[in-house]
Design a protein around this ligand. Structure first.
Ligand code: CTP
Length: 398
């Protein structure tokens, strides 16, 4: 792999040449990018010697190939490891600040896996602003390696020590071993039913188990994506790493969460079985049986989440919907795909045995916007999910 090792200005920078050496021994090509403060702790000569490449440090160095070296480097590299990462570079990364070669490259490098190895004093590490920045980066799919607990350069003991280069390489290898073709991507998934309240003890719901949506969230996370899972009330639980679960109850709550999250996402897969209508109001107290044989509930329309996302979708976003049909399946699904401005629609036919609500298997046909139709056999929902992810994200694969 082509790896950029970013070095910021902390005492742990003395370990960076060793990290570069280990990565090169493992067969990787390494380009060092350092801040000017890093060069107070480790020399340009050392970094250039161990990497075998000219150091990139100054955006405007006349020795650069051209003034957009950060752009050519972001195209060249397959991954970035920032080691050591000071509180300062972490703060810049989390807030989109680009005022030197390293921070500018990190801002440009979106879409490639980024590993951050923090190194700082314990008090700095615990600081609320630093923890907020770490959380922001984690949510963007940045992988944190360390910091470790141990002896610190300031003479104290505590959390904040940069992980040993051997441990950094091991964590990096483990994270990149599989085909993580969605690393750095952010995907919204909706799953499960919605409950539309009638009164404090009753609701209108449906039989959706949420299993398909959870399987999709897990398949996406397996492929390296960070997932925002907006889940209706359901039994299925998702324990995968990099899946942030947002529990909602009604279609309106699901709409609010999904429309808020979508602008930051690269893609969305809406697998929830959303109630199209809800009672026009929820009674404050339990509705008592009345002395008549009939009662009427007045329903009003819920917002269509998929259609709303379709109408706001940017060119760089992929939108995938589901369609559950009982007749004229492909025609109805194709119509939905066009009406809601989708890139793909996953069709479930209730006529297929073993497909649909409650069961562990599913049989789907995926329709692509350009008319291609991809039919899958009856499979376990997890395998169906993996196949949907592989078919719908070809452009994101290397
Ligand atoms: N969907 C949604 N919001 C709604 C209704 C549906 O996001 N209020 C999404 C579902 O998650 C699914 C897709 O739309 O991805 C298709 O849902 P479906 O109920 O089959 O489509 P409708 O447009 O409601 O069409 P119809 O009920 O007429 O078949």
């Amino acid at each position: 792999m082509n790896i950029v090792v970013g070095i910021s200005g902390g005492i742990a920078a003395y370990k960076s040449p060793h990290l570069v050496r280990l990565l090169r021994d493992a067969g990787h090509s390494v380009q060092c990018v350092a801040t000017t403060h890093a060069l107070e702790f480790v020399t340009r000569t050392t970094l250039e010697t161990v990497s075998g490449r000219r150091l990139y440090c100054d955006l405007f160095d006349p020795a650069n190939d051209h003034s957009t070296e950060h752009i050519s480097l972001k195209d060249w590299c397959d991954a970035v490891i920032v080691a050591p990462a000071t509180a300062n570079i972490i703060g810049k990364m989390a807030n989109g600040i680009a005022d030197d070669a390293l921070s500018t490259l990190l801002l440009a490098v979106g879409g490639k896996p980024i590993f951050v190895c923090p190194a700082m004093n314990s008090e700095m590490w615990r600081n609320t602003a630093v923890q907020r920045n770490i959380e922001t980066l984690r949510r963007q799919g940045v992988v944190m390696i360390g910091p470790d607990d141990g002896h610190l350069a300031c003479g104290t003991n505590g959390v904040g020590r940069m992980s040993q280069p051997e441990a950094i390489v091991a964590a990096f290898n483990a994270a990149t071993a599989e085909a993580k073709f969605l690393a750095g991507k952010w995907v919204l998934v909706t799953a499960g039913p919605t409950y539309e309240r009638i009164d404090p003890v009753r609701f209108i719901g449906n039989y959706s188990s949420g299993k398909m949506g959870v399987a999709l969230a897990e398949a996406l996370a397996e492929a390296g994506a960070t997932v925002e899972l907006v889940a209706g009330p359901m039994q299925a639980r998702c324990h995968a790493e990099r899946v942030n679960v947002h529990n909602v109850e009604s279609a309106q709550e699901m709409y609010d969460a999904a429309t808020q999250l979508f602008p930051q996402c690269d893609a969305a897969i809406l697998a929830a079985a959303v109630a199209d209508y809800r009672p026009d109001h929820c009674a404050d107290t339990k509705i008592k049986r009345q002395d008549k044989d009939e009662m009427t509930l007045r329903l009003v329309r819920n917002p269509d989440i998929l259609a709303t996302l379709g109408s706001h979708k940017r060119d760089d976003q992929t939108l995938i919907g589901f369609a559950l049909e009982t007749n004229d399946e492909e025609r109805h699904a194709k119509d939905k795909l066009e009406r809601k401005n989708l890139d793909y629609i996953v069709l479930n036919s209730l006529r297929d045995k073993g497909a649909g609500f409650g069961v562990d298997t599913n049989k789907v046909t995926i329709l692509r916007r350009d008319g291609e139709i991809h039919s899958l056999p009856l499979m376990d929902k997890h395998e169906v999910a993996r196949q949907i992810v592989a078919y719908c994200f070809p452009t994101l694969q290397p």
